[in-house]
Structures are given as structure tokens and as C-alpha cells.
Design a protein around this ligand. Structure first.
Ligand code: PEP
Ligand code: MG
Length: 574
């Protein structure tokens, strides 16, 4: 039966494909449909993996001394029992045969079902046994992955649409390696880091769908309209055809935009505008270059720290930062120091804070962990010997935070001097303006720092008291709230007066509907996910700055939201 769900549009475009239901932690698993002739072999591969794990567990049991406490053997017993459970084993075999799923994919689907059943159990002890299910499955998966099967040369990977209750930024970043056509989630806000990663991957996505995970079955046919925030489940032939046409029209438009790649980004009256890229991993530089980015305006380094046990050391970080600096061939590269906390957590150090967005996040965390911070600062400084590197500090609000940061930069330099390692002594240090207090008391920022970058995602979150990852308050998240616009305009203008460069690197910079508004405020440096650069460039090329300035000044004086939107529409229609 066909039905439609509405959520928040977070990443433009249309994806058409089959549903793949997931929860966290299982995204690394390959999923493909087997050619019929390999099905028996696949079942045998699965049976062998189960037998191998049974052998491992027997070995463990034998290795435990007879006198060992019973808790030590109890978990092995539980795991052995689970390994013989028909829900896990028989049903996985059946799935391989009926759906021709590869063994890993079939097993993960069964695991999800078993975990779901455990979650229904009232008894807390038994409910917690779901962790054992996951552990046993992980053991079997490990064996399976060591003995790969027969993925077809052109798998269905590119048509898969991930359906999840929620995805963390750490989950989403893994899509970079997988070929995912699109994704939809029950939870999430439009400027959550999960959504930001989706946009940077240019894969259509809709979040905040509430019950998609319960209503959709594995393999259902789906259409994700990431522009309108619509998900169509099991569409009829007519709707499918219409969306196929719209998808090709969009692809055609994108192809046309690609012609702008080499065009100089300047307004009609000749003002040069810098359009830089936001990246999450060093590998994203290729996409930034392909879009003709003038540099990297925001490298969110925390993604190097996610999905792993332990932190990357100085050498590993240095290599990562250096590779970006070199790949940009003299273009500026703004490396943001670790912004961990809120919705991005290091593995194993999730903290139970009542309000994580207001807690020990970003620079607050780094100043509380000076050794970790110094390691990153040394790595960034060393990379500065290989290109035009700058460092950007997130979530600053207090003068003493700036002073402490600058002192630590000085200390990192001393350490490198003592080691005789090269770095750029004039490395520019910038601050993010993303807390309203910072925007309202810019004096110390202008005095002590070399440049500013406005993080509109957090600036909106903290100005309007809206958790950006909570879909329940997503309707209140408003970039056009007069208070937000005035804080942005004030920061840009104060920076201009003081002769300090100001950029915008939040999601507003990548929204072509807001390009003229920001230009009219006096912004000349934009940084956005590379997928948006050409669309924003098109707007820049059509704009007359002198005209915009006057109109935007008037728009900024408007309090009424309806009138303000009307004025914005008129601005965009000139
Ligand atoms: C912002 O807050 O606007 C920003 C660019 O940083 P992040 O989205 O990573 O918090
Ligand atoms: Mg931020």
C-alpha cells in the first residue's frame, strides 16, 4: 500500500530505491543481492562462520579455570545459547535463501529483530541481554568479513535508502565509504550535524519523520524528496515515473551549474566574493576542488576523532592537516580545533549531561584537556609549514578563553621550537562567533584575534534556545528571526570597521535563498559544503551589491516575520 510521510527537508535532491532498515553500529556491513547460483554457497559460508564462533567460545570456556567464578562462564553460556537460537540462525539462513541477501546483511536484519524483541521485555535484566545478542552477532560478522562472499560487480548499493530511528554524525560520516542513495530518520533537526554531513555528501535526506522506522519494511520501494521533505513509500507506477523525470531534470540542472566552476565569483558591480568549502575529512578536498572552492573555510576536525577507539596522535593529525594544506595548493585552509560534545561524542567518553549543547563542548572541552589540545595545536602548526593554514576556535564567549587559547598556541610553538620542527610563526588564529554573547561583546574578539567566522547553526541555536538536533522544536529554528539577522549583520559590520576579515561558515552561507541577504550585510567570505558552491556562485554573479546594501538595511529594521519574508522575496527577485 502506498503512503506518504512528511518530515524536514535536510538535503536536496531525489533518491529512488529500496529501504534498508538500520540502527547504529551496523552500517559498516556490506549489503548486496546475490546472484541465484551463489545462494547455497552463501548459506554454507554463514554456517561455517557460526561454527567458527562456536569453536571460539568452546576454546574460551576451556581456557577458564575450573575454579573461576561462575559469572565468568555465564556470559559464554549465554552467547552459546544465542548462537543456537533459531531466531538468529535459522531465520538468517531463511533470509539468505528467500531474499538472496548476503550473509552479513541477513544476519544484521535478524539481529535488529531480536534486539527489538528484547527491548519489549519488562524485566530489566533480560532486556539488557540485547547487548549479548549484538556481541555474538559481531563475532560472527568478524569471521564473515574475513571470508568475503560474492558481491556482484554492480550491486544494489547505490539504490539503497537507509531508514533509521536516529543517526549520529558518527554514523552518517560512514556513508562516505558506502554507496547510499539517500536516508530518512524519525528524529533529527535540519542543522544537526547528521543533516550537515548528508548535505556535504549531496545525498537526499529527510529527517524528523517520527514513525518511518516502524512503518517501513525492509526492501520497500521508497522515494525520498529531500527538497520538499517528503517520503513516499511503495509509490504507484505513475508517481514513480513522475519522480524519475524530476530526478533527471535536477541532474540536468546540476550539469548546467558545473559550467560555472571556473567563473570568477564576483558581483555585477565587481566585488570579489570568496566561496570556500566546509569539509569533514581530508578526502573531501577532492569535492571542494571539483566545485572550484577558493579554499577550505572550515575543516571540522572532530570527524577524525569519531568512529575509533582512542584519539589520533600528533603525527596522524599532522599528516591529515598537511594533506589538506598541500591539496589546496596555496588556497587558504581554516582548520577548526576539536568541537566535541553535544551531538558529537568520542567513543567511550559519552558524558551524561542534562544539556549537552550547553555543557563542556568545543573549546570548553579542549581547555579542560590541555594535553589533547596541545597535541592538536602542534599538529596544525606543523601543517602550517606546508600551506596557507589558519586555526579557528569554536564556541568562544569569554576573554579568558581567548587568552588561554592564545597562551596554549604559544606553548605549542615553544614545544616545536625545542624540537626544531618547522611551522608558520605568523599562523593566524580566528574565533567562531556562534554564541550570542560573543556577537554582542565583540571588542575582545576584534582586539585579540586575526579573523572571525560566524557559525550560524549554533548562533541560531543559542539565540533562540532551540536544540538544533531536536525535531520537536525544529519549527522554531529560524535563520530569519530578526534577532539572528541583527547579530550577524552587527558582527560583519563591526569586523569591517575594525579591518578584521569576517566569514560565515554555518549552513546559512550555503543557502542560495540567503546569498543576497548576506551580501547586502557586507559579507564577502562564505564557506559552505562543496555541493552548494556553484548554486551560491550563480546568485553572486546575478547580484548588484550597491543595490542590495540599501535594501538589506531596510529589511534589518523589520520586526514582523511576514513582512520580513516578503522583503526577502523581493530582494531575491530583483
Ligand atoms: C556553526 O555552528 O554554524 C558551525 C559552522 O559549526 P558546527 O555546525 O560544526 O557546529
Ligand atoms: Mg558550531
Amino acid at each position: 500500500m502506498s503512503f506518504t510521510l512528511h518530515g524536514l527537508a535536510v538535503s536536496n535532491g531525489i533518491a529512488i530505491g529500496h529501504a534498508h532498515l538500520v540502527s547504529h553500529a551496523v552500517l559498516e556491513v556490506e549489503h548486496y543481492v546475490l546472484p541465484g547460483r551463489y545462494v547455497d554457497e552463501e548459506v554454507a559460508r554463514f554456517d561455517q562462520a557460526v561454527a567458527a564462533v562456536r569453536g571460539e567460545l568452546d576454546g574460551l570456556m576451556a581456557g577458564v579455570a575450573a575454579a573461576a567464578p561462575s559469572e565468568l562462564t555465564a556470559f559464554i553460556d549465554v552467547h552459546q545459547m544465542l548462537l543456537a537460537d533459531p531466531l538468529l540462525v535459522e531465520a538468517t539462513r531463511a533470509l539468505i535463501r528467500s531474499r538472496r541477501c548476503n550473509a552479513e546483511w541477513a544476519l544484521v536484519q535478524q539481529m535488529e529483530q531480536a534486539v527489538g524483541q528484547f527491548e519489549q521485555i519488562e524485566d530489566e535484566y533480560l532486556r539488557e541481554r540485547k547487548a549479548d545478542v549484538v556481541q555474538v552477532v559481531e563475532r560472527v560478522l568478524k569471521v564473515l568479513m574475513g571470508r568475503p562472499g560474492h558481491p556482484p560487480k554492480h550491486g544494489r548499493g547505490e539504490q539503497l535508502i537507509v531508514v533509521a530511528h536516529d543517526l549520529s554524525p558518527a554514523d552518517t560520516i560512514q556513508f562516505k565509504q558506502l554507496k547510499i542513495g539517500g536516508f530518512v530518520t524519525d528524529l533529527g533537526g535540519a542543522t544537526s550535524h547528521t543533516a550537515i554531513v548528508a548535505r556535504s555528501l549531496a545525498i537526499p535526506a529527510v529527517v524528523g519523520l517520527h514513525h518511518a522506522r516502524d512503518l517501513i519494511r525492509e526492501d520497500d520501494m521508497l522515494i525520498v524528496d529531500g527538497t520538499r521533505g517528503v517520503l513516499i513509500v511503495d509509490p504507484d507506477a505513475r508517481v514513480l515515473e513522475e519522480y524519475r523525470l524530476r530526478k533527471s531534470a535536477l541532474e540536468l540542472e546540476r550539469a548546467k551549474l558545473r559550467r560555472l566552476k571556473k567563473a570568477r565569483a564576483a558581483t555585477l558591480d565587481g566585488e570579489q566574493i570568496a566561496l570556500a568549502a566546509n569539509i569533514e575529512l581530508p578526502g573531501d578536498v577532492a569535492q571542494a576542488r571539483a566545485a572550484g572552492a577558493a579554499g577550505v573555510g572550515l575543516f571540522r576536525t572532530e570527524f577524525l576523532f569519531l568512529n575509533r577507539d582512542g584519539m589520533p596522535g600528533e603525527e596522524e593529525q599532522y599528516q591529515a592537516y598537511r594533506s589538506v594544506a598541500e591539496a589546496m595548493e596555496g588556497g587558504p585552509v581554516v582548520i577548526r580545533t576539536l568541537d566535541i560534545g553535544a551531538d558529537k561524542n568520542l567513543r567511550g567518553v559519552e558524558r551524561l549531561e542534562a544539556n549537552p549543547a550547553l555543557g563542556q563542548r568545543a573549546i570548553r572541552y579542549c581547555l579542560a584537556e590541555p594535553q589533547l589540545f596541545l597535541t592538536q595545536l602542534r599538529a596544525i602548526l606543523r601543517a602550517s609549514a606546508h600551506g596557507r593554514v589558519k586555526v579557528l576556535v569554536p564556541m568562544l564567549a569569554h576573554a579568558h578563553e581567548i587568552d588561554q587559547t592564545l597562551a596554549l598556541v604559544g606553548q605549542a610553538k615553544e614545544q616545536l621550537r625545542a624540537r626544531g620542527q618547522a611551522f608558520d610563526d605568523g599562523l593566524e588564529v580566528g574565533g567562531m562567533i556562534e554564541i550570542p554573547a560573543a556577537a554582542l561583546a565583540l571588542g575582545v574578539f576584534l582586539e585579540k584575534l586575526d579573523f572571525l567566522s560566524i557559525g550560524t547553526n549554533d548562533l541560531i541555536q543559542y539565540t533562540l534556545a532551540i536544540d538544533r538536533s531536536d525535531e520537536a522544536v525544529a519549527h522554531l529554528y529560524d535563520p530569519l528571526h530578526p534577532a539572528v539577522l541583527r547579530l550577524i549583520a552587527h558582527t560583519i559590520q563591526a569586523g569591517r570597521r575594525a579591518g578584521l576579515p569576517v566569514a560565515v561558515c554555518g549552513e546559512m552561507a550555503g543557502d542560495p535563498q540567503l546569498t543576497r541577504l548576506l551580501l547586502g550585510m557586507g559579507l564577502t567570505q562564505f564557506s559552505m559544503h562543496p555541493a552548494q558552491i556553484l548554486e551560491v556562485k550563480q546568485e553572486v554573479l546575478r547580484s548588484n551589491l550597491a543595490e542590495l546594501r540599501r535594501k538589506v538595511l531596510r529589511l534589518l529594521a523589520v520586526d514582523d516575520p511576514v513582512r520580513l519574508r516578503q522583503k526577502l522575496e523581493r530582494l531575491n527577485a530583483i
